[in-house]
Write a protein that binds this ligand. Structure first.
Ligand code: GLY
Ligand code: MN
Ligand code: MN
Length: 372
């Protein structure tokens, strides 16, 4: 395993060098895991299980006593340093030992207050170390997946789809959204998920018009749309799937909306291949939805990358500047949302290959729509 981290560190150091930096501070949890193997999590915005300091020839993982043992076991290429008085107070000494003069940091992750504190400590200790904000560099290190990462995503997806098949055996009208969402969560865990990619969405009837609805006490009725959006994590890698199902018989309007979303998804997936551009792929799905009569009913982007984070690059959206490359994993998730009536979304995960998209899902997209 350590060869994977050697290779990633090597690649990262080359990127750091191109930016004329002689060190880099990693505080983003997914980047930390990607570059070191340390699985510690930051359970809220202002919590940290540690940082990496990567110089030209050394790599240090600085953490506190809650994680020292775990970090030593998992980040075998790193010197683990335990801080006792807080990171900002002890970081200057580490940077000075490593001879770092120009250090990049993740400007998307570091809080303004942390930056101020670190800057103050450096000044007080008389150290002339420049802190250089870097955004693109760390945005892109995880963007192309290797076959190990793709396999972990496949496994996460297999757990997620099997869990859904299990709940389809017993969910019925009369249950609440919360009950159904919990049943799915239990099956995900029983099936071997390390955790959830994000809280399960189960949104019925008019609630399905809310793309990121929170399951509530609403009782599910027959013949109405029910949007499920759920994902398992496996070895840190996230699956992300949406299906819209009906318990009973969909009416003609629901059938038309569902059919339109399915077609939009298939058309967009046809266009995914190496070299395709994220904005153009989004446009294909959007145009189809608009010309079928649902203009302005598809508000969000068509898709996003997944990996150790549920949302990462590249993007498929009207604002995207991404060009797709082999090994990227993206979701394709068009939707139509009509306030007061409901909504339909269908979401797949695909791997970008040279000549097309490899679809990772095997779960039907027409559950409840197939016998009508
Ligand atoms: N559930 C989050 C997403 O599909 O992007
Ligand atoms: Mn999703
Ligand atoms: Mn998604």
């Amino acid at each position: 395993m350590s060869t994977i981290y050697q290779e990633r560190l090597h690649r990262f150091r080359q990127m750091v060098k191109v930016e004329n930096l002689d060190g880099f501070l990693i505080s983003n949890g997914e980047n930390r895991r990607y570059l070191s193997g340390f699985k510690g999590e930051d359970t809220q915005m202002d919590e940290s299980s540690g940082v990496l300091i990567i110089s030209e020839n050394n790599q240090v993982l600085a953490t506190d006593s809650r994680y020292t043992e775990q970090a030593t076991q998992e980040a075998t290429l790193y010197e683990v340093v335990e801080y006792k008085t807080g990171l900002a107070k002890e970081l200057p000494e580490i940077l000075s030992k490593l001879n770092i003069r120009r250090m990049g940091f993740e400007s998307k992750r570091m809080a303004v207050s942390q930056h101020e504190e670190l800057q103050k400590e450096l000044l007080e200790k008389g150290l002339n170390i420049e802190l250089v904000p870097a955004k693109e560099l760390t945005d892109n290190i995880r963007i192309r997946k290797d076959e190990f990462e793709i396999d972990c995503t496949r496994k996460a997806l297999a757990i997620a789809e099997a869990a859904f098949m299990e709940i389809l055996k017993f969910i019925k009208p009369g249950m609440t959204e919360k009950e159904v969402a919990w049943a799915l969560e239990v099956k995900l865990r029983e099936g071997g998920a390390d955790g959830l990619s994000f809280p399960v969405i189960c949104a019925s009837g008019p609630n399905s018009a809310l793309p990121h609805a929170i399951p509530g006490d609403r009782i599910i009725n027959p013949n109405e749309p029910i949007v499920f959006d759920w994902g398992a994590k496996y070895q840190g890698y996230c699956s992300d799937t949406t299906r819209t199902i009906v318990l009973g018989k969909p009416d003609d309007e629901l059938k038309k909306v569902h059919q339109t979303v399915r077609e939009a998804q298939l058309m967009a997936m046809e266009a995914i291949m190496a070299g395709a551009n994220g904005k153009a792929v989004d446009q294909i799905a959007r145009d189809h939805i608009e010309k079928t009569g649902y203009k302005n009913r598809f508000g969000h982007g068509l898709g996003h990358g997944t990996g150790l984070a549920i949302h990462e690059g590249p993007r498929l959206s009207p604002l995207s500047t991404s060009i797709l490359e082999p090994g990227m994993i993206v979701t394709v998730e068009p939707g139509i949302y009509i306030p007061g009536w409901g909504g339909v979304r269908i979401e797949h995960q695909v791997v970008v290959r040279e000549k097309g998209a490899e679809v990772l899902n095997s779960l039907s997209t027409i559950i409840g729509f197939d016998e009508t």
